[in-house]
Write a protein that binds this ligand. Sequence first.
Ligand code: NDP
Length: 291
Amino acid sequence: MGAQIIDGKAAGAEVRALVGERAAAFSEAAGRKPGLVGIQVGEDPASEIYQRMKAEAAEAAGMRSERVVLPAGTSQQELNARIAAYNADDAVDGMLVQLPVPAPLTEPEIANAIDPVKDVDGFSPGNLGRLMRGEPAPVPCTPSGVMWLLEKSGVEIEGAHAVVVGRSLIVGKPQAMLLLAANATTTVAHSRTKDLPALCREADILIAAVGRPEMIRGDWIKPGAAVIDVGINRTDDGLVGDVAFEEAVEVAGHITPVPGGVGPMTIAFLLANTLDAAVRRTGLGIPMKGD
Ligand code: NDP
C-alpha cells in the first residue's frame, strides 16, 4: 500500500499561473497592476523569508508589490497610521501584516485597522464573519489552499467526517468553516481534546494544524483517509510537519508532504485574494478565482 502524495508545489504553480493570467487582464483593463503591500515589524528571520517569498511571488504573477519593514518597538499608533495610509491609497488592493508581531503590537488591533476589502489574509472580524455567514469575502489563504488540494485530488468531501486538529484563527477555525460549507461533518480538536488518537482514527479527512513535529502517528489514521499536514516545524532534521509522514504514508489514501504540500498553496491563495480584491475594488469584469 501507499498513499497518493498530493503535490502542493505543482498545485500552487497552477493557481499562480491562473492568477497571473487574470492579473494581466486586470492590468490591461485597469491601466495599472494589482497592488499588494506586505508590512513586517522587526527582523524575525522567518518573517523576513515569508515576506520576501510573498513579494517575489506577487511580482512573478504580474502584480506590484511593496515591502515595508518597520523597526521593532513600533507603536500600535504608528503602525495604524501606516495602515490607514495604505487603506486610503487607491493603488493598493491588498495589504497584510506579517504575524506574529512583536509587543506592544497586537493582532486584533491590526485585524481591525485594515480595510476589510484590502484584508487579503482574511483575518478581520468582518471577513471571518462573512465566512461564517457564507457571504463572499477574502478567505484565509492556508485553509483555502487546503480545500483546493482536497478538491483537485478528488477527495470526496460531502458527507465525509473531517477532523481538524487545531483551532487557531488563521488555520483551524476557518478550515472548519470551509469544510462545513462543503458539507463535511466537521469536528475540531485541540489541546484539551480527550483521546485524540481515537478521534483522528474516525476521520475520513484529517487536517493537522498543530505546530508539533510528527505528533500524529501512523496508527492514528483511518486506512484510506486523506491527510493534510499544515504544520511547519523547524527541527534539527530540517522542516517536518505535524504528521509522522513515513508512517502515515503507509495507511492514508492521500497525503501532503512537508515541505511541498500546503505551504506553496498559502502564497498562491494570497495572490488569488489580492487579485479578487483588485477586481472587487474596481468593479472590472475580470473572472474571479474558481470561475
Ligand atoms: P497555533 O499555535 O495558533 O494553534 C495550534 C493549535 O493546535 C491550537 O488550537 C492548539 O490547541 C492545538 N494544539 C496544540 N497542542 C496540541 C495537542 N497536543 N493536541 C491537540 N491539539 C493541540 O498554530 P497555527 O494554527 O498558527 O499553526 C499550526 C501549524 O501550522 C504550525 O506548525 C504553523 O507553522 C503551521 N502553519 C503553516 C502554514 C502553511 O502555509 N503551511 C500557515 C500557517 C501555519 P489550543 O487552542 O487548545 O491551545
